[in-house]
Design a protein around this ligand. Structure first.
Ligand code: NAD
Ligand code: AHE
Ligand code: ZN
Length: 384
């Protein structure tokens, strides 16, 4: 029997800076190359808040936000071979078209230096599905079409995603924890292992101690970084940063008359081997670059800055050997590597539970956003 429409609850972003509206939406069946997922758990990432704020040039309204989640395949569209009904899955906002029967991988997926699959990117950026360039969501009350977000739209009891965005994972893994591997934690880990390639004995500075920054700290400790400086304007984050592996904590507000990059350079005899910006603030991006050591220091931009913002530094900073990089989803080729991250967690080789500071009901999603804005949480996981 072919799948039919489903009516379910979703949290609708109706306009910038307006609380989400929990309402009934109609979710169409998956079309060719698509998968409909029953979302069981979704977390909130700062990027959801960024798009809701209206600062995202790709932000569309009305939309169903959410991109850090886990669920179970409810139905699949024509031609889908890489997952089946009942599979435990993690939707991947950063798609990956490798290893799918009858799918020719894109040139990004076969390239060893990037994870930026482009198989569906032009459609996900416009809030629609590739097959017919339409949305699979509409409002139950008046049939208004609702845009998808990042190809995932996990703030809904059911969502439709492209097959290339579905990672099938071990069904024994607790989805209330592994949902975090859909974005923030994987991104921080991958920034260290794949993008920066931090090595034993290196010194590291991490700007921003949300889940992303803490995952950078956790991975830096795992590779054996000798010093891990944790920097945040909210000193309430310092205790947890130390638990994740920070060796020193620095609050820029304690150095009102000194640039934070100068403080770090002094603390580290000329600068760190690697720095990571995990905030989305272009001034901090500059500071992170400029606290990297002359001659070899590298700085990785992870934070997402508002539309219209630009980064600046004296070119001399680069002439004298510093390197500026960026990373999306920590460089992981998602569908292929997320299942391996789940196994690493199941083997007890990573932290994950520790990033979940709050568990709430889906209906409390606006309270969860309030916690995020107040800096009172790492990850809030909502159960559907
Ligand atoms: P978060 O809001 O939980 O954490 C941000 C932290 O930065 C907070 O602890 C806050 O106190 C701190 N901060 C804010 N301004 C600061 C300043 N001027 N100096 C020092 N600290 C400051 O966010 P998160 O969910 O961890 O995400 C971090 C960033 O990474 C966001 O911009 C998010 O959009 C981005 N992100 C990027 C990717 C990617 O693939 N590139 C993936 C996930 C998230
Ligand atoms: N739409 C935004 C860009 C947002 C952005 O940079 N997203 C990150 C992931 S953030 C996850 O929390 C990313 O991976 N980007 C790669 C891509 O292809 O979007 C804007 O500013 O236009
Ligand atoms: Zn995210």
């Amino acid at each position: 029997m072919s799948p039919s429409e489903i009516t379910c609850k979703a949290a609708l972003a109706t306009a910038p800076n307006v609380p989400l509206e929990i309402c009934d939406v109609i979710v169409s069946p998956p079309q060719k190359g698509e998968v409909r997922i029953k979302i069981t758990h979704t977390a909130l990432c700062h990027t959801d808040s960024y798009t809701l704020s209206g600062q995202d040039p790709e932000g569309l309204f009305p939309a169903i936000l959410g991109h850090e989640a886990a669920g179970i395949v409810e139905s699949v569209g024509e031609g889908v071979t890489s997952c089946k009904v009942g599979d435990s899955v993690i939707p991947c906002y950063q798609a990956c078209c490798l290893n799918i029967e009858n799918v020719q991988p894109c040139k990004f997926c076969v390239h060893p230096k990037t994870n930026l699959c482009q198989a569906v990117r032009q459609w996900t950026g416009c809030g629609i599905m590739k097959a017919d360039e339409k949305t699979r969501f509409r409002k139950a009350s008046d049939d208004t079409p609702i845009f998808h977000f990042m190809g995932t739209s996990t703030f809904s009891e059911y969502t439709v995603v492209h097959e290339v965005a579905v990672a099938v994972v071990n069904p024994k893994a607790p989805r209330e924890k592994t949902c975090l591997l859909g974005c923030g934690v994987s991104t921080g880990w991958g920034a260290v292992y794949n993008t920066a390639k931090v090595e034993k004995g290196n010194t590291v500075a991490v700007f921003g101690l949300g889940a992303v920054g803490l995952a950078v700290i956790e991975a830096s400790r795992e590779v054996g970084a000798s010093r891990i400086l944790a920097i945040d304007t909210n000193p309430e984050k310092f205790e947890v940063a130390k638990k994740f592996g920070a060796t020193e904590c620095v609050n820029p507000k304690d150095f009102a008359n000194e640039k934070i990059q100068d403080v770090i350079v002094k603390m580290t005899d000329g600068g760190v081997d690697f720095s990571f910006e995990c905030i989305g603030n272009v001034d901090v991006m500059r500071a992170a670059l400029e606290c990297a050591h002359k001659g070899w220091g590298e700085s990785v931009i992870i934070g997402v800055a508002a539309g219209g913002k630009e980064i600046a530094t004296r070119p001399f900073q680069l002439v004298t050997g510093r390197v500026w990089r960026g990373t999306a989803f920590g460089g992981y080729k998602s569908r292929v590597e997320v299942p391996k991250l789940v196994e690493k967690y199941l083997a007890g080789k990573t932290m994950l539970d520790e990033y979940v500071t709050h568990q709430m009901k889906f209906e409390q999603i606006n309270d969860a956003f309030d916690l995020l804005h107040a800096g009172k949480c790492l990850r809030v996981v909502l159960s559907m």
